[in-house]
Design a binder for this molecule. Structure first.
Ligand code: ZN
Length: 477
């Protein structure tokens, strides 16, 4: 019965901006969540009567970077609005947000879903402050105001999502973008990224959007995937019984894998939006907006690695996932002009070293400069280092933090171009493998690789196989 239904979703994501202080006051924006209840509060973020909010410049700075990263057009003028509703976590009865004149327009997020490049469109996006937190303790409910005034970016998509894979891929890309531009660490466990999923279903041949259910405030990919599965099945069962689906907000219990109703869903009219009288129009200059531009996003780099550099899909993904690795790779390519080797020295040599290292090390812990690794690759490309020796050099760089040149000289790793010594090796191999040489001469060209291998072995893997390749060809005529 599930097959004939299609799921249609859109997402409301809240990303917590990584500013030092809260949105409208100088209280700490405690990112680690370790504060005692109500430790980071003041009359402004508790909205005492008569207190005036002052917009935090750092929030605007980071948000503008994030909007550039979301490929938005950023408006020079925008206005805050009051969104009024009564809920116990909001004793002042309104949230400061943007509705009528939001700061940005036009945007999209591009990502791969199961190997296919997809574009998800954003409906609107703005900054707002967070409500406070209710803690239920026995028969009492306690208020923690630490969260009040946390700066948030709300990002609402179009109903572009047709599967949980779409949703997870989009959220992962969003997380990457936020980390890349430095606006947020977007750590879901620390509630720096949380997501409401709006779900409706329809028969596959229908075009209408049916009543929707919003599942609120989820903060793990696994929980989101489970909630989508469960909600899809719940809605199908309701339609199959010819019952009406209530438009409502539900809460997902990820321990019991079920959802329960929180409240019926309000329309925008119910919120009585009106312009916030306590905050002036936000005016940004063209230069301010321009200075914060971000040229290349993780997805742009990933596509460049695939299409221009012709790297494998897995490598392109690994090298674009994290800013630090990606910047390291970019620098290495700049110095070597060799994307393929730069890729393999990172993915198979450096990452292997990290993996086998006894200590917990990462790129930031490397004691040698990226130019030393570039030198290794360049020397290898010039046949001055053999493949085996180049790996020895990297290991020494890694363990003893020397300079590439110094290691090569100390360990006598420079490949000599002593033709006489090399010819002697090749002649020896030809002499001790008469059958294979005959085979090669008369009919079996494939055996050539075996002879090169023998030369490499004879030379204790000191030289580049290319040299033996050329010499063997010459001597075998
Ligand atoms: Zn405060």
């Amino acid at each position: 019965m599930y097959d004939k239904y299609e799921i249609v979703m859109w997402l409301e994501t809240h990303v917590r901006v990584k500013s030092k202080t809260k949105m409208f006051c100088s209280c700490k924006n405690a990112l680690a969540l370790a504060l005692e209840p109500n430790e980071s509060t003041c009359p402004v973020c508790m909205w005492f009567p008569g207190m005036l909010p002052v917009l935090n410049e750092e929030v605007v700075n980071l948000a503008v970077r994030a909007w550039h990263a979301m490929r938005c057009t950023i408006n020079e003028r925008s206005q805050f609005d009051r969104k009024s509703y009564f809920y116990p976590d909001l004793p002042n009865w309104f949230q400061t947000t943007q509705l009528y004149h939001p700061i940005v327009e036009n945007w999209e997020v591009k990502t791969f879903v199961n190997g296919e490049l997809k574009i998800f469109h954003i409906h609107h996006m703005h900054i707002e402050n967070d409500a406070w937190k209710l803690v239920h303790a026995g028969s009492k409910t306690l208020c923690d105001y630490n969260r009040a005034g946390w700066p948030l970016m709300e990002i609402v998509t179009e109903p572009d999502f047709r599967s949980k894979d779409d949703v997870i891929a989009y959220l992962e890309e969003l997380q990457k973008i936020m980390r890349f531009c430095g606006a947020s660490d977007a750590d879901m466990e620390k509630w720096q990224l949380r997501c409401d999923v709006n779900i409706s279903i329809r028969l596959k041949w229908e075009n209408i959007l049916n009543n929707r259910v919003e599942i609120k405030n989820m903060n793990s990919f696994a929980a989101i995937a489970r909630a989508i599965d469960a909600e899809f099945k719940r809605q199908v069962k309701i339609y199959e019984k010819w019952e009406r689906l209530d438009q409502e907000t539900r809460w997902w219990n990820d321990e019991k894998w079920t959802s329960s109703s929180l409240r019926s869903k309000e329309d925008a009219n119910d919120y009585r939006y009106f312009p916030e009288p306590d905050l002036p129009t936000l005016v940004l200059t063209k230069e301010y907006i321009e200075e914060r531009k971000i040229e290349e996003l993780p997805i742009d780099r990933r596509l460049k690695y695939l299409n221009e550099y012709k790297l494998q899909e897995d490598d392109a993904r690994i090298l674009s996932n994290e800013r630090f690795i990606s910047d390291y790779f970019e620098k290495l390519v700049e110095l070597t002009k060799d994307p393929k080797k730069s890729c393999s020295y990172i993915t198979s040599v450096l990452l292997a070293h990290f993996k086998w290292s006894l200590e917990d090390v990462w790129f930031a812990d490397l004691k040698f400069d990226v130019s030393e690794l570039a030198e290794v690759i360049n020397l290898f490309n010039k046949d001055i280092l053999s493949s085996t020796n180049s790996k020895i050099v990297v290991e020494e760089l890694f363990l003893n933090w020397w300079k590439t040149d110094e290691i090569i000289d100390r360990l006598w790793l420079r490949q000599t171009n002593d033709t006489w010594a090399l010819e002697e090796i090749v002649n020896k191999v030809i002499g001790s493998n008469p059958t294979q040489v005959e085979q090669y001469r008369w009919w079996n060209e494939k055996i050539f690789g075996f002879l090169v291998g023998q030369c490499m072995k004879e030379s204790a893997w000191q030289w580049n196989p290319k040299i033996f390749n050329d010499l063997l060809k010459k001597l075998l005529g």
